[in-house]
Design a protein around this ligand. Structure first.
Ligand code: 2BA
Length: 111
């Protein structure tokens, strides 16, 4: 058995969870926050038989889109003396799609 951990954008999560549950996959949704953008995203735990992992990944690929995001830098800027100055600037980043981890499960129980 495998645990698929997938981090997706909120916008994609509703439809993704719908399609996964329709496909009889069990899903747990967690509200999460990206360390870089410090913006909300969604993390899903999907426990699945090993032979079904590729099917899960195909569903994720079909429902999650890459998007450009322009944000104001979350980090202060240091001037030449090393002192932080209150200056903001835009950063453009491409946010995935989805970030997927597939992890081996040693034991799975429901008690
Ligand atoms: P964030 O950490 O908020 O990152 C959002 C996007 O910002 C990333 O998109 C990437 O394009 C960019 N980015 C992240 N760290 C950066 C850095 N140090 N310098 C420059 N740009 C940077 P994705 O790579 O698609 O990641 C989307 C979200 O997936 C991340 O949100 C984070 O929550 C999660 N994630 C991605 N890789 C991860 C990893 N190796 N471990 C744990 N979580 C991960």
């Amino acid at each position: 058995m495998k645990l698929v951990i997938v981090i997706v954008q909120h916008k994609d999560s509703v439809e993704l969870i719908k399609v996964l549950t329709e496909g009889k996959f069990m899903v747990t949704k967690l509200a999460s926050t990206g360390g870089f953008l410090r913006a909300g995203n969604t993390t899903l735990f999907i426990g699945v038989e090993s032979e079904k992992v590729e099917e899960v990944i195909d569903i994720i690929k079909s429902k999650c889109k890459k998007r450009e995001k322009t944000i104001i830098s979350p980090y202060p800027v240091a001037d030449s003396t090393g002192i932080n100055i209150p200056y903001t600037y835009d950063i453009e980043v491409e946010v995935g799609g989805a970030t997927i981890f597939v992890v081996d499960v040693d034991k799975f129980m429901k008690i």
